[in-house]
Design a protein around this ligand. Structure first.
Ligand SMILES: *[C@@H]1O[C@H](CO)[C@@H](O)[C@H](O)[C@H]1NC(C)=O
Ligand SMILES: *[C@@H]1O[C@H](CO)[C@@H](O)[C@H](O)[C@H]1NC(C)=O
Ligand SMILES: *[C@@H]1O[C@H](CO)[C@@H](O)[C@H](O)[C@H]1NC(C)=O
Ligand SMILES: *[C@@H]1O[C@H](CO)[C@@H](O)[C@H](O)[C@H]1NC(C)=O
Length: 390
C-alpha cells in the first residue's frame, strides 16, 4: 500500500489560515497559542456550571484570536496593496534599499521574513503591472522588471519562492531586445549565471522534497525556468544567447530537470521545447547536447509521455534536427558526429518509440514526415506507419 506524503500532511483547518507564521490555535512548533489556552480554561468552568466566568474567558479568547488573525493577514496584504499603487521606479528603490541594508549588515547574511515578504510583494506588483504597461509599449518598464528580478536574485539567491518569482518575471520580459542585450553585454550584473544557479538550487530542493504539494510548486518554478531559457533564445539572431546559456551550464540544468521529472508532462513539454530552441541552427549546442547524453533523455521522455502530442512533437523535432545535421562545414569545425546521435538514439530504443509515436499520432503531418525520414535514415527494416488523414 502506498500513502502519499501530502495526505499525511494536510493541514488541520485551524492552522490553514496562516501557514507561514503558525495558526491561531497552534504555533508552528505545536504549542498552544493564548486563544486555545484560554478556551481550555473556559471549558471546565462552563462544564462545572460557572457560565459567567466561562463565557467571559471564551469571549476574551475570541477577541485575542481575531486580533491575531488581523495582524497576520494584514502584514502580507498591506505590502501587496502598498506595492500595487507604487510606481515601478519606487519599487526598484525599495529593493535597492533592502540590498543596501543587507550589505551594511554583512555579518548577518540572512534576510528577515519581513524583508522577504517585501521582495516578493515587489515582484508580484511588477508582474501585475506588466500586462497593463507592456501593452502601452513602454520601453523602460521591461528593463525595470529585469532589474527587480536580479536585485531579488542577489538578495535571496537560494530561496525557492524568490527564485520562482524572479524567473517568472524574467520570462515575461525575455523577448525584449534591450533586456537581452543586458544579459549579453552587462553580464557582470545581468549575467545568466544567476538565474541558472538559482534554478539549480531549486532543483536540488525538489530532489529532497517529500511533500507532494511543495514539490509541485518547485516543479512549476523549474518549468518556468525552461520556458525562460527557450523564450530568451527564441528568434535570437545576433546575440547568441543560446550559446551563452549552454556555456553557463543551462543545458545541463534543463536535462537534469527533464530527467528528474521524467513523468511530469508539462516539464517534459517545456524542457523539450527549450532544448529544441537552444539547439536549432546551433551546431555547438548540438555537440554539447550529445556530449551530455541528451539524446538518451529525449528518447526516454518520448517514451514516457507517448500520449502527449506536444511532448511527442518536440522530442521528434529535436531528434530529427540532430540526425539531419550531416557533414556540413560548421559540423566539421565543431567535430559534429551524426553517428554518435544515431548510436545513442538506437541504444535508447529510437525505432520502437518512433513507430509507437507515429501510430499514436498518424494524423499529424509533421510527426509522420519526420518520423518516416528518421526511420529510413537509421536503417529501420520494419513496416513504417502511414499518414492517416481524418
Ligand atoms: C515607462 O514606465 C516608467 C516606469 O513606470 C515611467 O517612469 C516612464 O515615464 C514610462 N514612460 C512612458 C513613455 O510611458
Ligand atoms: C554569434 O555567433 C556567430 C557564429 O558563431 C558569430 O559570427 C557572431 O559574431 C556571434 N555574435 C555575437 C554577438 O557574439
Ligand atoms: C507545450 O509547449 C508549447 C510550446 O511550444 C506551448 O505552446 C503549449 O501550450 C505547451 N502545452 C502544454 C500542455 O503545456
Ligand atoms: C505522461 O507520463 C506519465 C507517466 O508515464 C503519465 O502518468 C501521464 O498520464 C502521461 N501523460 C500523457 C498526456 O501522456
Amino acid at each position: 500500500m502506498t500513502t502519499k506524503p501530502s495526505k499525511k500532511r494536510k493541514p488541520a483547518p485551524e492552522s490553514s489560515s496562516a501557514p507561514q507564521s503558525g495558526g491561531i490555535f497552534w504555533t508552528i512548533d505545536g504549542h498552544l497559542t493564548p486563544p486555545s489556552f484560554l478556551t481550555l480554561i473556559a471549558v471546565p468552568l462552563i462544564l462545572s456550571g460557572k457560565f459567567l466566568y466561562g463565557g467571559v474567558i471564551l469571549a476574551i479568547a475570541m477577541l485575542v484570536a481575531i486580533q491575531i488573525a488581523m495582524t497576520q493577514i494584514k502584514e502580507e496584504e498591506k505590502q501587496a496593496i502598498r506595492y500595487n499603487i507604487l510606481e515601478p521606479d519606487d519599487i526598484i528603490a525599495e529593493l535597492e534599499e533592502l540590498e543596501e541594508a543587507k550589505q551594511q549588515s554583512a555579518e548577518s547574511n540572512e534576510m528577515t521574513d519581513t524583508d522577504k515578504t517585501k521582495c516578493l510583494a515587489c515582484l508580484s506588483a511588477l508582474a501585475m503591472k506588466h500586462k497593463r504597461i507592456n501593452n502601452e509599449g513602454n520601453k523602460t518598464f521591461p528593463l525595470l522588471c529585469q532589474q527587480a528580478a536580479y536585485l531579488t536574485l542577489r538578495l535571496l539567491p537560494k530561496d525557492s519562492e524568490a527564485v520562482g518569482s524572479s524567473i517568472a518575471l524574467l520570462a515575461l520580459v525575455a523577448k525584449n531586445e534591450e533586456v537581452r542585450q543586458r544579459n549579453k553585454y552587462q553580464a557582470d550584473v545581468y549575467g545568466l549565471d544567476r538565474p541558472i544557479q538559482g534554478l539549480q538550487a531549486v532543483l536540488e530542493m525538489a530532489k529532497k522534497e517529500q511533500d507532494e504539494e511543495r514539490e509541485g510548486e518547485l516543479a512549476e518554478t523549474l518549468r518556468k525556468g525552461c520556458l525562460f531559457f527557450g523564450a530568451l533564445s527564441d528568434n535570437d539572431k545576433d546575440l547568441n544567447l543560446s550559446t551563452t546559456i549552454v556555456e553557463e551550464e543551462g543545458l545541463e540544468l534543463i536535462l537534469d530537470i527533464a530527467n528528474w521529472f521524467r513523468f511530469h508532462e508539462e516539464i517534459a513539454n517545456w524542457s523539450m521545447w527549450a532544448i529544441f530552441i537552444l539547439c536549432y541552427d546551433c551546431i555547438q549546442n548540438k555537440v554539447e547536447l550529445i556530449r551530455l547524453a541528451g539524446v538518451t533523455t529525449v528518447c526516454s521522455l518520448l517514451e514516457n509521455n507517448a500520449t502527449s502530442l506536444e511532448v511527442t512533437r518536440h522530442c521528434i523535432a529535436i531528434l530529427y534536427d540532430l540526425l539531419r545535421e550531416g557533414n556540413t562545414e560548421a559540423g566539421k569545425k565543431y567535430n559534429y558526429d551524426p553517428w554518435a546521435v544515431r548510436t545513442q538514439a538506437l541504444a535508447a530504443g529510437l525505432h520502437n518509440t518512433v513507430v509507437k509515436a507515429m501510430n499514436e499520432f498518424s494524423d499529424s503531418m509533421d510527426i509522420m514526415m519526420m518520423g518516416q525520414e528518421m526511420l529510413l535514415g537509421t536503417g529501420y527494416r520494419g513496416d513504417i506507419p502511414q499518414f492517416q488523414q481524418i
